[in-house]
Ligand binder design. Structure first.
Ligand SMILES: Cc1cc2nc3c(=O)[nH]c(=O)nc-3n(C[C@H](O)[C@H](O)[C@H](O)COP(=O)(O)OP(=O)(O)OC[C@H]3O[C@@H](n4cnc5c(N)ncnc54)[C@H](O)[C@@H]3O)c2cc1C
Length: 429
């Protein structure tokens, strides 16, 4: 590993997994880099929080077995124990609980045929095979899905199939309905369902603490303005811990924040790029994590996806945490984000629904934590290949600037981390 610092000084804006990927890649390549994060903690939409003193993650936490770059980064931080998150997932279809746990190919095919027409099933299997046998199809802009027509999923699959097979996927991954997700993004969704997930026994925080000991991180530091002169980024206006913004010089910048936020910062610098970034769709989501006095789920059913209503899914926090339930509220019925009163009602309703499905008596709650994101999940845009081409062209008009984020390769943590590495490589090329 190279550790000699270069004469150039880079900044990465955003302390989520995209920014961490970029900053770590720059650091490893021997460059001087600072990571700037407006919040008091790193992690962004991983959503670090605490439930009665126990560290929890309200946002992205499950790490796929195919998350090779992210797992390599975690391994660099030392020996970390993973626990399987499991693949058990049940769903409500027309009021009936259907559980798929290691169904095998034949079992999965029977499930698909039950949910829709043979044409829908064959089409999904075709796309599923493209993802299974070509790693690149798990990411946006791949050869197969990049060329896919810009139709939404509901234009290519029947209504029943959309409701019972695709909706549980899209509301969880994109917080969007099948009519709001494009065929070009299906590879990302299928890549996610084909993976198997683990979570870190001690969560991500120890990994991020290790990262912050390697790479200079400035928390509580908001970037107010990107300063460019003669077609080149020369620095940033930074407001640190609530103080008035001050200029800080940098030779290059990776902007690793969601597209809508990047659009705001870029509007005065490259208005055309800002306009392009504003085309990316995001949808809201709310998560409630509830600690119960006793196990709520059993080991037979560990998560349930709902086909209607504001609660899109409810599931155990981990296979060893059957008494902690994470309720996710996303999709059209969960918009706009609720106030405290409405959310309390949603949690009560979702809990009653799960109890009804599992035939459980009432169990007292010990404590509840909630978090809402107005723009939680990226639902991308119709023509990703065209979008990327325009971004490249518009980025060429300003030197010393690169982009990373969930809208480039996909929203999964691995894709975000990889987008950061790619941005760091492009910045120093
Ligand atoms: C509820 C939920 C559950 C999820 N579950 C999973 C999962 O289990 N597995 C998975 O792979 N993915 C999951 N995801 C997706 C994944 O968590 C996100 O796509 C990913 O964390 C996004 O990372 P990011 O770095 O691109 O953006 P963010 O995490 O949003 O990071 C951007 C950072 O930039 C900072 N920032 C913004 N503007 C400025 C500024 N002007 N100055 C300084 N800082 C700024 C923000 O504060 C933020 O910390 C989930 C997402 C959600 C919301």
């Amino acid at each position: 590993m190279t550790t000699t610092a270069s004469a150039k000084r880079y900044a990465v804006i955003g302390g989520g997994l995209s920014g961490i990927g970029a900053a770590f890649a720059l650091h490893r390549a021997g460059h001087t880099v600072e990571l700037l994060e407006q919040d008091a903690v790193l992690g962004g939409r991983c959503g670090f929080d605490s439930l009665g003193g126990r560290p929890i993650m309200m946002g992205g936490k499950n790490i796929g077995r195919r998350y090779t770059e992210l797992r390599a980064f975690i391994a660099d931080s030392g020996e970390r124990a993973y626990e399987p998150f499991g693949i058990n997932s049940s769903q409500i279809v027309d009021g009936e609980l259907v559980t798929l746990d290691n169904p095998g190919v034949a079992g999965f095919l029977r499930h698909l045929l039950r949910m829709g027409s043979p044409i829908d099933a064959a089409r999904l299997l075709y796309y599923g095979a493209r993802v299974r046998f070509d790693e690149s199809n798990r990411y946006l802009g791949s050869d197969c899905f990049g060329k896919a027509e810009s139709a939404t999923l509901d234009a290519r699959f029947g209504a029943d199939f959309c409701r019972s097979v695709l909706r549980p996927l899209t509301v969880r991954l994109n917080a969007a309905e099948p009519g709001e997700v494009y065929l070009g993004a299906l590879g990302v969704g299928l890549g996610m369902v084909q993976d198997r997930y683990d979570q870190l026994v001690d969560g991500m925080q120890p990994v991020l603490d290790w990262f912050a000991a390697q790479v200079p991180v400035r928390l509580g530091t908001r970037v107010d303005r990107i300063v460019a002169r003669d077609g080149r980024v020369i620095g940033l206006d930074l407001a640190e811990n609530g103080r008035a913004a001050e200029f800080s010089a940098y030779d290059g910048v990776v902007l690793a924040i969601p597209a809508h936020a990047a659009a705001v910062l870029l509007e005065p610098v490259v208005p055309a790029l800002s306009k392009t970034l504003n085309e990316v769709a995001y949808h809201p989501s709310t998560v409630a994590v509830v600690h119960y006095e006793q196990p709520f789920f059993g080991s037979d059913v560990r998560s349930i996806a709902f086909d209607s209503g504001p609660c899109s899914a409810a599931g155990v926090y981990g296979v060893n945490d059957l008494d902690i339930v994470r309720y996710t509220f996303s999709g059209r019925d969960a918009r706009p984000i609720p106030d405290a009163l409405l959310l309390a009602q949603w949690i009560d309703d979702a809990e009653a629904r799960v109890r009804g499905c599992l035939d459980r008596p009432a169990i007292s709650r010990v404590r509840t934590e909630t978090r809402s994101w107005a723009a939680a999940h990226c639902a991308y845009l119709p023509d990703h290949t065209g979008f990327r081409a325009r971004l490249r062209e518009q980025l060429d008009s300003v030197a010393g600037l690169q982009l990373a984020g969930d809208y480039l390769l996909g929203a999964q943590l691995e894709a975000c981390y990889r987008s950061g590495i790619a941005a760091a490589t492009a910045l120093t090329a």
